[in-house]
Design a protein around this ligand. Structure first.
Ligand SMILES: [Ca+2]
Length: 530
């Protein structure tokens, strides 16, 4: 672990050894590695596992406690790895199982945990199960997916794919259709069939045995689909008037999904040190039902609100309340591989970057985990990817109505004055914007005012303060457009407005983080000894 203080807290008051050791993930800082775009070890333009291993010292110097690796399994890459053809292997583009072993070993040597992505909702259409299901009407394999007869040439029901169009594709020359809530190349598994949960028990055990410290679970509340496959009742949307699913009608989020996570949590409980489950769940209401002592450890407290003090305060409180009845804390997140980078969302260029620095400080002071999305620590903006170079199925399947998510997946800039900002000597799978040269890691490492230097400094402070920071925080009275909170010896103030604010430094608190979006001094970190 990069920050060993998390290991110490309580060998007192009858706290068991198990409880002490299980605390590693609480308040940890995780770093999401988008494998295809992080680091390229063999200069073929595609990131890979040895590339990640070669950059572990960078991640350690940044001060992260754990990584989340996006899927690296063999896959036809119709949805960049979220279409898994073999849950037990490594895509040759990304390396080998031995490379995975080395990555885990080297990460652990540096005190960094490794979470991997698991995709239980659907397989790739190239998975051997689905290929067998198609091959000859193999009933045993068909029963592992959702096959159903259509209605007069139409799909079995009116469910929609997240990527546009019906959630069903008809088999050629046959009356049956198969279900896919995402791309047609991602057939949904039938979790009502006991063969499916049994297989995933094997899969998670396989990776736990290879040293994985836990899983980030893709579309975590899906799994079981409502059994009656009933049509969605449609009602007019309250604003647009367009037909939308009636409230209370759930296709996913069935009660049986909880049984799966109780089962997985039980399996994880047989490993030491503690392994963790992080659900891809953003809705606070759902988080409160899934984050439990015997289910998930964490989900994402996604801070995607407009830059407004009261909206942020409300969102922070909603996510805090969501976990208040569990022993968990929120996992603050601003960006990931599916959303527009937050520097851009917060206004772009200099203004967006200043706000992003402020929001990081605001969230990093709160109780809870923090998930950095790769490149966030460089202040990267959403990149423009020319339409002819876009690869995201969301762009392709919506015929360009959705711009796609390629702009947040462009490879990392590592070195200034090198081709493709030092990511690769070959053209990267997505083009690096020319302007990213100045964002390169080596350039930012040399500058004390860079976003990277700020992240390093703040993570170091957070680590140093960890033992003194309680799980509780309290809002304090604040001027308009400002949020202030206290957490033990730490006080954090964040100015959402355009004018500088002068605040009295809290007398009883030894440490304060103040953020002032003025021109000369946009931000000020006040340390104890100042
Ligand atoms: Ca490569």
């Amino acid at each position: 672990m990069a920050c060993p203080v998390f290991l110490f807290p309580a060998i007192r008051g009858g706290v068991s050894w198990r409880a002490v050791r299980s605390s590693w993930w609480r308040n940890a800082v995780f770093y999401q590695v988008y494998v295809r775009s992080f680091a390229d070890s063999n200069d073929d333009g595609v990131g890979d596992l040895p590339g990640i291993t070669s950059r572990l010292d960078y991640l350690r110097s940044l001060g992260v406690d754990g990584l989340w690796l996006t899927p690296f399994y063999p896959s036809p890459q119709k949805d960049h790895g979220y279409d898994v053809a073999d849950y037990y292997g490594v895509n040759p583009e990304y390396g080998t199982l031995d490379d995975f072993g080395s990555l885990v070993e080297e990460a652990h040597r540096r005190g960094i945990k490794v979470l991997i992505d698991i995709v239980p909702n659907h397989t790739s259409s190239r998975h051997p199960w689905f290929e067998a299901a198609l091959a000859g009407g193999d009933d045993q394999h068909r029963a592992r997916y959702h096959f159903a007869r259509g209605r007069d040439g139409a799909p079995p029901n009116n469910w929609q794919s997240a990527f546009g169009g019906p959630a069903w594709t008809q088999l050629e020359g046959a009356p049956e259709w198969y279900m896919h809530l995402f791309a047609p190349e991602q057939p949904d598994l039938n979790w009502w069939n006991p063969v499916v949960p049994a297989e995933f028990r094997k899969i998670i055990t396989y990776w736990l045995d290879r040293g994985a410290d836990g899983f980030r679970i893709d579309v975590a509340v899906s799994l079981h689909k409502r059994r009656d496959l009933a049509d969605r009742p449609l009602v007019p949307h309250r604003i647009t008037g367009l037909p939308t699913t009636a409230p209370g009608f759930e296709i996913i989020d069935q009660p049986e999904v909880h049984d799966v996570y109780r089962d997985w949590r039980h399996i994880l409980g047989t490993y030491e040190p503690e392994r963790v489950l992080v659900g891809e769940i953003f809705d606070a209401g759902r988080q409160s039902r899934y984050i439990k002592q015997d289910e998930l450890h964490m989900a994402f407290a996604m801070m995607d609100r407009r830059w407004d003090a009261s909206a942020w305060k409300r969102a922070i409180d909603v996510y805090r309340r969501a976990v208040s009845r569990s022993t968990s804390l929120p996992s603050w997140t601003q960006s990931n591989h599916d959303v527009i980078r937050h520097v851009t969302r917060l206004g772009g260029s200099g203004l967006g970057r200043e706000r992003a620095k402020a929001s990081a400080l605001l969230l990093l002071g709160l109780p809870g985990q923090y998930f950095i999305y790769q490149g966030e620590e460089l202040g990267l903006e959403e990149a423009f990817v020319p339409p002819e170079r876009r690869e995201d199925p969301l762009y392709i399947h919506t015929n360009g109505r959705h711009p796609g998510r390629d702009g947040c997946r462009v490879p990392m800039p590592w070195r200034q004055n090198e081709p493709n900002a030092g990511f690769s000597t070959s053209p990267p799978w997505l083009p690096t914007p020319a302007a990213w040269d100045r964002n390169a890691v080596d350039a930012q490492a040399r500058s004390s005012t860079s976003v990277l230097s700020l992240y390093r400094r703040v993570l170091e402070m957070r680590c140093g303060l960890a033992r003194r920071l309680p799980a509780r925080m309290d809002w304090a009275a604040a001027p308009k457009d400002c949020l202030i909170y206290h957490r033990g010896p730490l006080s954090v103030a964040c100015n959402f407005g355009h004018r500088p604010l002068e605040l009295d430094q809290p007398a009883d608190n030894g440490f304060a983080v103040a953020i002032r979006p003025g021109e000369e001094s946009p931000m000020r970190l006040v340390e104890e000894d100042e």
